[in-house]
Design a protein around this ligand. Structure first.
Ligand code: FEO
Length: 395
């Protein structure tokens, strides 16, 4: 039900977030082709009013007016800070100035961050322990520590009577549009991309959190980016698979090519893998949206990097892709490098060094001088067949 640009998601529980249609980059790293939303929620209990998370700086007035369309924000008793990153906590100073009797509810680590980032006085912070509850009369808020999902201070909030989980970044998607995920046709594409960009490095913590919330009777998942999941199974199943590091019979190829030699090597590798029945995602890094590449790293069993040598090392775009692998820690099982050089190599060594922490098995590397010869073509086909066999055997 929509009223005054807020959404009633349950009895006395409202989405009061904002939509940032035109934002195109996050953390100076993550492309946002569809913008994003900053979801905040208002909970009206019989004995307390609570704002769960706020919004990005610049949207304070919009948040305030949405809250004001339901209650007088001066009456808010608690502002829950599930996560201290400014896209959710940036409007805390504004809202706490209006809601003068309100306390900020957060974890021990969150308390420190609130003081450093938002200058919230210590006497206006209520620190909650893992599993602690705050009663609002007819509604009970339970707080669940969820460290590293996305920062160390992160927690989830759960309304027991409504079965609503507010996990902040977890289960989110960078999409400005949409209200409920079951109404968004390609929700899992966006959610997978988001998982890869934000949650994938913390798969172990995600597994722990999923285990922890498995005992809750969750009816609605209300994240702080993107659509709300009123059918939790839409996102719960994929999150379990992604957190477990399940991969498909799939390879992602990311490459750069200066004069076509690495391109020729990569193309033959792609053709060989395709003929072997391997699902493929291929990215020429010159024109790649990094979020698309990361989405495919989430469930690819193998990764092939095509990296020409330039000035004694790997092409910078290939270095960037390899560094993303190192940072984001996808569940890659097998790894191959294809490289061409003009008068001296170096790319393969550099890429291998960058990805060594992935602990993926290196299934052959090929570094050649100039364009691939007939002999090189045979080597690539053999390498592709070996890689395909490994990918299929692991299934
Ligand atoms: Fe959406 Fe980690 O902030």
């Amino acid at each position: 039900m929509l009223e005054k640009n807020v959404v009633k998601i349950s009895e006395d529980v409202y989405w009061v977030g904002v939509r940032d249609w035109n934002r195109r980059i996050f953390d100076a790293l993550i492309p946002l082709p569809k913008g994003t939303s900053y979801n905040a929620y208002l909970v009206i209990g019989s004995e307390g009013k609570v704002l769960i998370d706020t919004v990005n700086p610049g949207f304070e007035r919009e948040l305030e007016s949405k809250v004001r369309s339901i209650v007088s924000p001066e009456e808010i008793d608690y502002i829950v800070m599930n996560h201290a990153e400014p896209d959710h906590a940036g409007a805390i100073p504004h809202m706490m100035r209006i809601a003068q009797r309100s306390k900020l509810v957060t974890t021990v680590r969150g308390s420190k961050m609130a003081q450093i980032y938002y200058h919230v006085p210590q006497d206006r912070i209520r620190v909650v322990a893992d599993d602690e509850v705050i009663s609002l009369g007819n509604k009970t808020l339970r707080f669940i520590d969820a460290p590293m999902l996305h920062w160390p201070e992160t927690m989830f909030t759960y309304i027991e009577e409504d079965g609503i989980l507010f996990p902040c970044d977890f289960f989110g998607a960078h999409l400005a549009g949409g209200v409920y995920s079951d109404e968004v046709e390609d929700i899992l594409v966006h959610a997978q991309r988001y998982w890869g960009e934000i949650m994938m490095p913390y798969r172990m913590m995600a597994q722990k959190a999923l285990e922890r919330i498995s005992t809750l009777n969750i009816k609605i998942i209300a994240p702080s980016h993107g659509p709300i999941h009123r059918k939790p199974e839409i996102i719960m199943g994929p999150y379990k698979r992604w957190a477990a590091g399940e991969t498909k019979c799939k390879a992602t190829i990311a490459y750069a090519s200066m004069w076509g030699s690495t391109d020729a090597m990569v193309s033959l590798m792609a053709e060989t893998l395709a003929l072997e029945g391997i699902e493929l995602a291929i990215y020429n890094l010159v024109v790649t949206d990094i979020g698309d590449l990361v989405k495919d790293l989430v469930d690819s069993r193998a990764v092939v990097i095509g990296a020409p040598t330039v000035l004694g090392g790997a092409h910078p775009l290939a270095v960037y892709a390899a560094y993303l692998l190192k940072m984001l820690r996808p569940p890659t099982k097998f790894f191959t490098i294809l490289s061409s050089y003009g008068w001296g190599g170096g790319a393969v060594r550099q890429i291998q060094e960058l990805v060594k922490d992935l602990k993926a098995e290196v299934v052959g590397v090929l570094e050649i001088n100039g364009p691939p010869t007939e002999e090189n073509m045979k080597q690539i086909i053999e390498l592709g067949k070996s890689l395909a066999k490994k990918i299929k055997t692991e299934a």
